[in-house]
Design a protein around this ligand. Structure first.
Ligand code: FES
Length: 95
């Protein structure tokens, strides 16, 4: 299945590349831009980025979210530290 129509990148290519990057840098999040760089293509419209992040989640890979999941005040109110890495399963519970 093609996930990035601008560059004709398939889901399998994204998962394979993301897993390779995650293995090279254990514990570090993988981003769509890193995958594109590794595949030697350029992001054009970036419409595919949210879907690619969802694929990272499905594959159990660490990922980053471009939008803040909570403000600093929200975190303080919940007794959490700003800058803390939040696992995806916790994000689901926070909603
Ligand atoms: S669909 Fe991926 S950059 Fe446009």
């Amino acid at each position: 299945m093609i996930l990035c129509s601008c560059n004709v990148i398939t889901r399998a290519m994204i998962i394979e590349t993301a897993q390779k990057l995650a293995a090279e840098r254990p514990g570090r999040p993988v981003t769509p831009a890193q995958v594109f760089r590794e595949l030697k293509v350029k992001a054009q419209c970036t419409v595919c980025f949210p879907v690619i992040r969802a694929v990272f989640v499905e594959a159990g890979l660490p990922f980053t979210c471009p939008e803040p999941l909570a403000t600093e005040a929200d975190l303080t109110e919940r007794g959490e530290r700003p800058g803390e890495v939040v696992r995806f399963d916790r994000v689901k519970r926070m909603r």
